[in-house]
Write a protein that binds this ligand. Structure first.
Ligand code: MG
Length: 343
């Protein structure tokens, strides 16, 4: 078994800004390949500075993770639990680097068996809900243009947390009166501000609010949930399955991202931890190529809400494979492993 990797440039069609940051139009991602007996498994490392990683940090540690991988895999690449645990023990949190290896291993095993990963897990692609399409923060005119370009999507997710939220939501409701709207504040508010804003969100028929307050402000999250009518979903507050316990009674649901939980297997553990507490489950993404989206897509038959538009926001997707149709419907396909090939 051998691990190789290379850095790829991803360009978004529009600037993609959220409440806490203005993003550059080009970003780097890392394409990881694991070769075993002439078969290659692929994974993407969607490095996110908010969680402490860049393409450079991922590239710097991958050789070390590759050594741990080869030692742990030995003769049996199917020992996914043991291999992932060994890779995790060889490094700190580093979720993007680790998830690239997790995705590549699952791709490899699926290809060896000749079946897609969702089938390996016994899932039904028809159970996958439709994905939302995200409208990032920009001038009202650019946001209007983005909403018009997204005409085919039935569900829009709006980034909020600026003084113009009401104006933006009014514009979007005028443009898209029949669509399901969800909002994501990306930690922009205090609990008090969120409680003040939510009646306005309700006025525009918003379905739920994602991460209104800071990741560690669990008391604030709980207050927002108690004092407002909209369901609250934790994103930045929930990285791994271990975080679910502290969110019980605090939020209504959690947003899984492979770029936070570091493993496809951990994503499924989060689903079960949340379900044990009757919480709803969403799966989201970073700006990533179809390779990263295809890995998250395998989990979608298990969740209530999907937000996997990362590759749909790109001007230059290097890969083709599972992802979202123009109306947001999930396309999982029958190709083995993650089902991804070069574009
Ligand atoms: Mg979010």
């Amino acid at each position: 078994m051998k691990l190789t990797f290379e850095t790829l440039d991803l360009r978004t069609r529009h600037a993609f800004n959220i409440a806490r940051q203005v993003d550059p139009p080009t970003r780097q991602t890392v394409w990881v390949r694991i070769e075993d007996d002439g078969i290659e498994g692929w994974g993407e490392a969607p490095a996110t500075p908010f969680y402490g990683e860049t393409a450079a940090t991922v590239s710097a540690i991958l050789p070390r993770l590759g050594d741990a991988l080869v030692r742990a895999a030995g003769e049996d690449p199917f020992a996914l639990e043991r291999i992932e645990a060994a890779v995790a023990q060889s490094i700190g949190y580093n979720p993007a680097a680790r998830v690239a290896i997790s995705a590549a291993l699952h791709d490899l095993v699926g290809k060896k068996l000749g079946i897609p990963v969702w089938k390996l897990w016994g899932l039904d692609p028809a159970a996958a809900p439709k994905s939302s399409f995200t409208i990032g923060i920009d001038t009202l005119e650019v946001m209007r243009e983005k909403v018009r370009e997204a005409a085919a999507y039935e569900i829009l997710k709006i980034k909020v947390g600026t003084p113009r939220d009401r104006e933006v939501l009014r514009m979007i409701r005028d443009e898209a009166p029949g669509k399901t709207l969800r909002v994501d504040a990306n930690t922009a508010w205090t609990a008090k501000e969120a409680i003040r804003q939510i009646p306005m969100l309700e006025e525009f028929g918003v379905e739920f609010v994602e991460q209104p307050v800071a990741p560690d402000d669990l008391e604030g999250l709980q207050r927002v949930r108690r004092e407002s009518s909209l369901p609250v979903i934790a994103d930045e507050s929930c990285k791994t399955a271990g975080d679910v316990a502290k969110l019980v009674g605090v939020v209504d649901g959690v947003n899984i991202k492979l770029a936070k939980c570091a493993s496809l297997r951990e994503a499924i553990r989060i689903v079960h931890a949340a379900r044990a507490h009757h919480m709803s489950v969403m799966i989201g993404c970073m700006i990533e190529s179809t390779l990263g989206i295809a890995a998250a897509a395998q989990v979608t038959p298990l969740v209530d809400y999907v937000d996997l538009d990362g590759a749909a926001l790109l001007a230059n997707d290097p890969f083709t494979g599972p992802g979202i149709e123009p109306d947001g419907a999930m396309r999982l396909g029958d190709a083995p492993g993650l089902g991804v090939s070069p574009a």
